[in-house]
Design a protein around this ligand. Structure first.
Ligand SMILES: [Zn+2]
Length: 189
């Protein structure tokens, strides 16, 4: 008898102000059914949200895992899963306008290395080491930051951050009211 593949689900992406975005990811110890399902659901979520990258903390899971699919920009690209990644070396410099699914309405230029040497484990458990450049290097570095609790707005100059203040405060407020509800509920039980 053949087992049915579980239905892939779209996950909820948390936004700016949610505590999960500031937590450090924990290493993935074993690539089991849970990790495979999480990675697949994250790919579905990234596609549905029109993103080109999504990190586990963005779906409320503090794990060192992210997914990338740059096919909207580079035609032949395929979805990739990065588990326990480590950037070993960086080269050069480039500026690119970034956005983030956790920061809807914010898009600004960020300076980052243009090329990276990276080691990671794929979904099959294979260790891969290689060089990434261009848009792939950009997305990997953005997602890698998520695993360390860093957001791209952390790099912005105060005057640029100021122009986005209203949007950021609205997002924070939304998450603050959610936290209050949770706290009240935990006091009651
Ligand atoms: Zn992001």
């Amino acid at each position: 008898m053949q087992l049915k593949i579980p239905f892939m689900a779209k996950l909820k992406v948390v936004t700016y102000g949610h505590p999960s975005l500031r937590e450090k990811g924990k290493p993935v110890k074993k690539i089991d059914g849970f990790i495979r399902k999480l990675a697949e659901d994250m790919i579905v979520t990234m596609h549905k949200e029109d993103g080109i990258g999504l990190a586990a903390p963005q779906v409320g899971k503090s794990l060192n895992l992210f997914v990338v699919d740059i096919s909207p920009i580079e035609k032949n690209a395929e979805p990739m899963v990065f588990i326990n990644p480590k950037i070993l070396e960086t080269y050069g410099e480039s500026v690119y306008k970034e956005g983030c699914l956790s920061l809807p309405g914010v898009s600004e230029e960020v300076k980052r290395p243009s090329k990276i040497r990276l080691r990671y484990t794929d979904l099959e458990g294979q260790t891969i080491e290689g060089i990434a450049e261009g848009i792939l290097a950009r997305v990997i570095q953005h997602e890698y930051d998520h695993l360390k609790g860093i957001l791209f707005v952390d790099y912005l100059a105060p005057e640029i951050l100021e122009t986005n203040r209203t949007v950021l405060e609205k997002l924070e407020e939304k998450n603050r009211s959610k936290k209050k509800t949770t706290q009240t509920a935990s006091v009651l039980v």
